[in-house]
Design a protein around this ligand. Structure first.
Ligand code: HEC
Ligand code: HEC
Length: 155
C-alpha cells in the first residue's frame, strides 16, 4: 500500500469514528418525519419517535387503531398503510426478549433505564399525569427533540 492510500484510509476511519462517538454522546433520536404520520399520530399526544419501538410493535399498534389504549384512533386504509410503512422504515431495533411485541415505549426496559433517576413525586405531579406525556418534561418533544438540554421538570 502506498503512503497516500494509507493516509486516506486513516483519515476516513478517524472521521467516521469521531462522528459515531458524537452521535452516541448526545443519544440523538433520529428525527424521521412524515406529514401524514405527524398529523394523525400527533393530535392526541406527541408523535412518538419511530425509533423508540421495533417494527413488530408498530405493526401491531397500526393493526388495532380502533381499540387504541381505550380510544378509537382509526384512520382510512390508505392513510394507515402510509403511516405503517413510514414507521416500519424508521423503527428501532428489537431489544425485547418476550414473544409478544411491547406496545408502550414507557414499558420498555430502555425507557425505565433512561428514567430511573426521575423521582416518584415527579411522576405523580398533576402536570405530568402519565409517563406517556413526554412533552410535560421534554420541551422539544413536539419537534422530536429529547436532548438533555431541553428537559424541564414541571413544578
Ligand atoms: C384519538 C386520540 C389518539 C390518536 C389519534 C392516537 N393516539 Fe396513541 N394514544 C392515545 C392514548 C389515549 C394513549 C394512552 C396514553 C396514556 O396511557 O397516558 C396512547 C398511547 C400511545 C402509545 C403508547 C405510549 C406509551 O405509553 O409509551 C403509542 C406508541 C401510540 N399511542 C402511538 C400512536 C400512533 C402511532 C398513532 C397514529 C397512528 C396514535 N398513537 C394516534 C390516543 C391517541
Ligand atoms: C416526568 C418527566 C418526564 C417524562 C414524562 C418523560 N421524560 Fe424522558 N427524561 C426525563 C428526565 C429527567 C431525563 C434525564 C434522566 C437522567 O439523565 O437522569 C429523561 C431522559 C430521556 C431521554 C434521554 C435523553 C438524553 O439525551 O440522555 C430520552 C430519549 C427520553 N427521556 C425520552 C422520553 C420519551 C419518549 C418520553 C415519553 C414517552 C419521556 N421521555 C417522558 C423526564 C421525563
Amino acid at each position: 500500500m502506498n503512503s497516500i492510500k494509507r493516509f486516506v484510509i486513516l483519515t476516513l476511519t478517524t472521521t467516521l469514528g469521531v462522528a459515531s462517538l458524537n452521535a452516541m454522546a448526545d443519544k440523538r433520536i433520529a428525527a424521521a418525519s412524515n406529514q401524514t404520520w405527524k398529523a394523525e399520530c400527533g393530535s392526541c399526544h406527541v408523535a412518538y419517535p419511530p425509533s423508540l419501538l421495533p417494527a413488530d410493535s408498530w405493526h401491531v399498534l397500526m393493526s388495532g387503531l380502533d381499540k387504541h389504549f381505550g380510544v378509537d384512533a382509526s384512520v382510512d386504509a390508505k392513510t394507515a398503510a402510509e403511516i405503517d410503512s413510514f414507521l416500519q422504515r424508521n423503527a428501532g431495533r428489537n431489544r425485547g426478549t418476550s414473544a409478544k411485541p411491547i406496545l408502550r415505549i414507557t414499558e420498555t426496559a430502555w425507557f425505565r433505564h433512561e428514567h430511573d433517576e426521575v423521582g416518584a413525586s415527579v411522576w405523580k405531579n398533576p402536570k405530568v399525569k402519565t409517563a406517556s406525556n413526554c412533552a410535560a418534561c421534554h420541551t422539544g418533544a413536539e419537534q422530536g427533540n429529547y436532548s438533555e438540554r431541553g428537559i424541564r421538570l414541571p413544578r
